[in-house]
Design a protein around this ligand. Structure first.
Ligand code: C2E
Ligand code: MG
Ligand code: MG
Ligand code: MG
Length: 291
């Protein structure tokens, strides 16, 4: 049943914590060095760009929207993964200028692309917990929308469930404020956190993204299959749109679609693409605009 499947999901989330016994000094030093380079890099943002990963209709293969993902190509270090520098940037507040840069750049690039192709396009942008906890987040987003002329209903903000559960009342208030601005709200990496279904109902969400951890073995692991089915049942009863993350094979695609998942994202369709490659992908996939 749904509750025991969700319980398994949580257990699985918990099992992903790894315990290291690192040489703390070396680790701390390495982090400080990355932080120093990061501070330098955000003076100009020259070393950053955004890649866009298509979000696709599982039935037709048509692109419906895309997720913006930041890339840092450091002169010193080469390509640094966001999983490495975003958590660091969160701890020292550098995420605030970085997050605003992502919002502004993605809105500008997608607006320009929408105008060229004359099709309104929706983009999803990740918010970090630090950004979300800033009281002025709505003003920051409004500023970006004003400066870029981007339509709020073309913007979807991705927030993780752990973030929402940390401070429920504050989170609810913020979500309602954002919603009132006309933007869409997605819950990212769903299944890895600790949300209770009761709480989830209270959030003004539009979209739920199933974490790729549950998609990976969904066709072979009955527990994962049960979790995914339970998430889909619950999401549909709440009227949420669902995106399966990490779709890498046709089997993933077909399985999720058979269980009622409409949308997916993953290497099976496309890796995250630079804006010029993304334009080509969109042309090929006969993108028809948001419904
Ligand atoms: P996320 O938001 O869950 O993004 C999805 C991640 O899964 C991306 O990793 C994407 O490249 C990867 N992915 C997509 N399809 C597949 C697939 O089929 N198989 C596998 N194995 N992976 C797939 P990426 O770009 O390295 O980003 C990692 C995380 O870093 C993101 O997870 C997000 O939490 C964070 N992040 C990325 N860009 C930003 C940003 O601009 N702002 C913030 N706050 N966080 C970001
Ligand atoms: Mg995301
Ligand atoms: Mg995700
Ligand atoms: Mg993630």
């Amino acid at each position: 049943n749904a509750d025991s499947a969700m319980h398994q999901a949580k257990e699985k989330g918990r099992n992903t914590y790894h315990f290291f016994t690192p040489d703390l000094d070396a680790t701390a030093q390495a982090k400080r060095a990355i932080e120093r380079d990061l501070r330098h890099a955000i003076k100009t943002f020259d070393e950053f760009h955004i890649v866009y990963q298509p979000i696709v209709d599982l039935e037709t293969g048509q692109m419906k929207s895309a997720e913006a993902l930041i890339r840092w190509h450091s002169a010193e270090r080469g390509l640094v993964s966001p999983d490495q520098f975003i958590p660091l940037a969160e701890r020292n507040h550098l995420i605030l200028p970085i997050g605003e840069w992502v919002l502004e750049t993605a809105c500008r690039e997608i607006k320009s692309w929408s105008e060229q192709s004359q099709t309104p396009f929706r983009v999803s942008i990740n918010l970090s917990s630090r950004q979300f906890k800033e009281d002025n987040l709505p003003e920051v987003i409004k500023g970006v929308l004003d400066r870029t002329g981007f339509n709020p209903n073309q913007l979807s903000l991705e927030i993780t469930e752990t973030l929402m559960m940390e401070n429920l009342d504050e989170a609810l208030k913020m979500l309602h404020e954002l919603k009132a601005m006309g933007v869409r709200l997605s819950i990212d990496d769903f299944g890895t956190g600790y949300s209770s279904l009761n709480y989830l109902k209270r959030f003004p969400l539009d979209t739920l993204k199933i974490d790729r951890m549950f998609v990976r073995d969904v066709t072979t692991n009955p527990e994962d299959a049960a979790v995914v089915a339970a998430i889909l049942t619950m999401a549909h009863s709440m009227g949420l749109e669902v995106v399966g993350e990490g779709i890498e094979t046709k089997d993933h695609n077909d399985f999720l679609f058979a269980k009622g998942c409409q949308l997916g994202q993953g290497y099976y369709f496309s890796r995250p693409l630079r804006i010029d490659e993304f334009n080509l992908f969109a042309e090929r996939s006969e993108y028809e605009g948001i419904s």
